[in-house]
Design a protein around this ligand. Structure first.
Ligand code: UD1
Length: 339
């Protein structure tokens, strides 16, 4: 079955393309290359042994999406990753976020909406803000968003729920990701941040390889055991497999409509624990310092993954050491083989 993977050359998208092929699906990649690199297509070719179908287009362009629907009429599912995702940038430039993240979603829903399709949406644990109860379950209240980026995820979930309630032919699963890190075991694909990384693990690996002088831990006075923030880090390959599980669930006769799942490990790790795990897994000492808190950071969040394990029949398998070792192997690969 052909699966349209929007943002399929990005970090999570490229890993999902590999897992789709492993599961017997036929991925069709769409990407506008605004935050990805065309050479990832060559890297996918090395992993898969063939070049996946690729369409370069911006999903906000209605004419381009109409043409895509004509060119790719027999799509059985859509995994929609393509979106702007930098929290800080979204505060500076909210209209870019509202424009990109909504027009693309709405164009896909409208223009592919004439036939039944299984649709997986990339949502985020950011919709919970700082939860009152941990681990956080899917029925925890959605809190006022801290950023336009977070708001786009909340509103996109509402757009999808409303569309399904209005009798759309789609089935939809929204996956609320916790913190995706790590890289494919081949070290041929991984995270490729634009400029200075905003996220913890790419900053760690770039510091370890000498691209950055040191890493700053954003605060050590939080109300957590070691004072640094806690997140639920999940290996990107486990996360990619959750998308396959979501498609499989929607293909069963008893799934109808809309559902939402937490995709994490169910375990929280502090920033200092992540740094320690990196040093343990790689034998590389990190130059780090404690700095001030970062605006907008939640103190601690990790997911309850009971619903995903029971209904989605999916569970994360890879541990923090594997996340760190694979992220490091990828950083070393791109240092030696710049894309
Ligand atoms: C946030 C969102 C997530 C979103 C992501 C996009 C939440 C809970 N999560 O992730 O949904 O997809 O942004 O970027 O809202 N840190 C440092 N030093 C650094 C970088 C990070 O100490 O140089 C710390 C942060 O304070 C945080 C942790 O590392 O505690 C993880 O940060 P990051 O990787 O940026 O992800 P989130 O902010 O959790």
């Amino acid at each position: 079955m052909k699966i349209l993977v929007t943002g399929g050359l990005g970090f999570i998208g490229s890993h999902t393309v590999v897992e789709l092929v492993n599961a017997g699906y036929d991925p069709v990649i769409v990407d506008d290359l605004s935050n990805s690199n065309i050479k990832i297509l060559d890297q996918l070719t090395k992993i898969l042994g063939f070049t996946p179908v690729f369409h370069e287009l911006n999903l906000c362009d209605e004419t381009a999406v109409s043409k895509l629907v004509q060119d790719e009429p027999d799509i059985g599912g859509i995994i929609h990753f393509a979106a702007s995702k930098a929290v800080g940038e979204s505060v500076q430039n909210p209209l870019k976020y509202y424009y990109n993240n909504f027009y693309s979603l709405i164009n896909l829903l409208r223009l592919y909406g004439h036939k039944p399709l299984n649709f997986v949406f990339s949502s985020s644990c950011t919709v919970y803000g700082q939860p009152d109860v941990l681990p956080v379950t899917e029925d925890a209240p959605v809190k006022a968003a801290e950023s336009p980026y977070g708001n786009t995820k909340q509103i996109a979930e509402e757009i999808l729920r409303d569309t399904i309630a209005a009798g759309s032919k789609f089935n939809v699963i929204a996956l609320r990701y916790f913190n995706p890190v790590g890289a494919h075991e081949s070290a041929l694909i991984g995270e490729l941040p634009n400029g200075v990384p905003q996220n913890l693990v790419p900053f760690i690996t770039q510091t370890a390889i000498g691209k950055r002088e040191k890493i700053t831990v954003f605060g050590d006075t939080y109300n957590t055991p070691d004072g640094s923030c806690i997140r639920d880090y999940i290996h990107v390959v486990d996360l990619a497999k959750a998308h396959v599980a979501a498609l499989k669930l929607m293909e069963t006769a008893d799934f109808k409509g809309y559902d939402v799942f937490n995709i994490g490990t169910g375990k929280g790790s502090s920033v200092l624990e992540v740094i320690n795990a990196f040093e343990q897994a790689t034998g590389v000492k990190l130059n780090y310092q404690i700095g001030p808190k970062r605006d907008g950071d939640v103190e601690q969040v990790w997911g309850d993954v009971t619903k995903s394990s029971e209904k989605l029949h999916w569970k994360a398998e890879l541990d923090l050491n594997t996340m760190m070792a694979s992220a490091w192997a990828w950083e070393q690969y791109i240092a030696a083989n710049p894309l």
